[in-house]
Design a protein around this ligand. Structure first.
Ligand code: NOJ
Length: 526
């Protein structure tokens, strides 16, 4: 009987919200956001109606990669607060029905982590095998052709112990050796530690990483320069995306489900291959959610986006919950990348995110249409892109402070404090002014979140693409029909609906003669 079935997981039909903590709200006036700042702003998130938040790394770190170089997996970075602050945040969020996910970094640690300090002290140290060490290649030089995220060799020579160690990211981020069972044990303990504190789940950094080829074979040349599975002209065949990694997630899924309510594993599954993306869901026994990067990188056209959605849904196993996201701390903001800061396009993008089946993720500021900020070279803080072969791709542009109001510090920090990154243009792109305006992007986004909850919460509605002109994207999803115009021209459509529920901007067209404005989308009931 239906009432005896377990309820669908909360992330089906949910909106998650990514918070880059350092840029959300600064309460101790040091120019960096902190956990108390997140607590202070929780009312905005419950007003917006999101179901959960994912906090960018909160653990102690020397910050070579702003927290993605962890030096203690069961602590809190002193610049962000204390363990007690995090406990308070989890409790305060729970009072508002908002779950808290942390960022977990299992592919590598910081070189300042006690495991690596020990591992690099002697070849026979207790933690030596926690990391990937290798002798030089027979003719000398690095053991393989693998490249790190800046385009340099992924192997760093260690003079003290006379071997190379592997770092797929910065030299200060040595890769862990997942062939070593003790590493598995450590992470089981770390997972349980946070789950017991009430953490609702993890976003798993570099979830496609973890295992590396045991023979350290060279990566083959790239076949297609634009593929997401490449790095600087090489295909990441042997230093990532190894099949053994799936066993880790089967193990973690059991741990996640041994807690009540079950905890959520959301992977940063970096691949352009839909088949590989699907594999991260396993047989409903691995990750419950896997980020979809082909969607993130799709062009903002009806054909590209709808094609990505169709291919995703065709590949995912039955019952798997897709994830739709368009901005994050690495790729920057969709308001700029997709929409060239055109408000009509920004609203259309939000409408699409809110009406696709599965889980959707907003990046802080997406709800007000926050744009990338051109950070001058002297003010850049992202070491990875600063030392990269392609420094123009600085990730700082999408990490600037949240724009809460039109004041000098944007409500992020007092005007007299210098924020860690410059603040974007905030006269109207801010929460305070947009929350007073019923026609603002923020008010529209809030209506979308409410509509999504009312229609999709705890469900995976059926998606069906409808025939439409090339610049249009038309689909049925659950009981709704979505019609979207991806062009600069008015677009008459002959789709019939019963009632238009909302339009992304301007007037709602009558249900029997639908003519969409340029870049307008509508959600209707059939
Ligand atoms: C992916 C994270 O999103 C990114 O910010 C980080 O630099 C790398 N993983 C390395 O941890």
């Amino acid at each position: 009987m239906a009432e005896n079935l377990p309820p669908d997981p909360w992330w089906h039909g949910a909106f998650l919200y990514q918070i880059y903590v350092r840029s959300f709200c600064d309460t101790n006036e040091d120019g960096y956001g902190d956990l108390r700042g997140v607590i202070e702003r929780l009312d905005h998130l419950s007003w917006l109606g999101v179901d959960g938040i994912w906090l960018s790394p909160t653990m102690p770190s020397p910050d070579q990669d702003w927290g993605y170089d962890v030096s203690d997996y069961t602590g809190v970075h002193p610049e962000l607060g204390t363990l007690a602050d995090l406990d308070d945040l989890i409790a305060a969020a729970a009072d508002r029905n908002v779950r808290v996910l942390l960022d977990l970094v299992p592919n590598h640690t910081s070189s300042a982590h006690a495991w690596f300090v020990d591992a690099s002290s002697a070849t026979d140290s207790a933690h030596r095998d926690y990391y990937v060490w290798a002798d030089p290649a027979p003719g000398g030089g690095p053991p393989s052709n693998w490249l790190d995220s800046t385009g340099r060799s992924a192997w760093q020579w260690d003079d003290r112990t006379g071997q190379y160690y592997l770092h797929n990211y910065l030299p200060g981020q040595p890769d862990l050796n997942w062939w070593q069972p003790a590493v598995h044990e450590e992470f089981r303990r770390i997972l349980a530690f946070w789950f017991e504190r009430g953490v609702a789940g993890f976003r798993i950094d570099v979830a496609h990483g973890l295992y590396k080829d045991q023979l350290l074979r060279d990566n083959p040349p790239a076949l297609d320069d634009r593929s997401l599975d490449n790095r600087f002209g090489l295909r990441s065949v042997y230093n990532a995306n190894r099949p053994e990694t799936h066993a880790v997630y089967r193990d973690w899924r059991q741990i996640a489900e041994s807690f009540a309510p079950p905890r959520l594993l959301l992977g940063e599954t970096w691949t352009g291959d839909y088949g590989k993306l699907a594999q991260f869901y396993g047989n409903d026994d691995e990750l419950q959610l896997a980020f979809n990067f082909p969607f993130v990188y799709a062009e903002f056209t009806a054909t590209a986006l709808s094609g990505t959605v169709e291919r995703t849904l065709a590949h995912l196993p039955a019952g798997a919950c897709p994830v739709w996201v368009a901005s994050n701390h690495d790729v920057g903001r969709f308001a700029t990348r997709w929409c060239g800061n055109d408000e009509r396009k920004i609203r259309l993008a939000l409408l699409v995110l809110a009406t696709l089946p599965g889980a959707a993720v907003l990046y802080y500021g997406d709800e007000i249409g926050m744009a990338d900020v051109d950070v001058p070279p002297a003010l850049r803080r992202d070491r990875m892109t600063l030392t990269s072969k392609d420094p123009a791709r600085s990730r700082d542009r999408g990490r600037t402070p949240m724009q809460w109001d039109a004041s000098d510090g944007a409500g992020f920090t007092p005007a007299r404090v210098r924020p860690w990154l410059p603040i974007g243009d905030n006269p109207t792109r801010n929460v305070a002014s947009q929350s007073r305006d019923p026609d603002s992007t923020l008010s529209f986004c809030r209506r979308l979140v409410a509509l999504r909850r009312a229609e999709f919460a705890g469900r995976l509605p059926i998606y069906q693409q409808l025939p439409a002109a090339e610049q249009a994207w038309a689909y049925d999803v659950g009981e709704l029909t979505v019609l979207a115009n991806f062009s600069d021209d008015e677009l008459p459509l002959d789709h019939r609906v019963d009632e238009v529920l909302l339009a992304s901007y301007g007037k709602e067209p009558p249900p029997d003669t639908i003519v969409l404005e340029p870049w307008q989308g509508i959600v209707a009931r059939r």
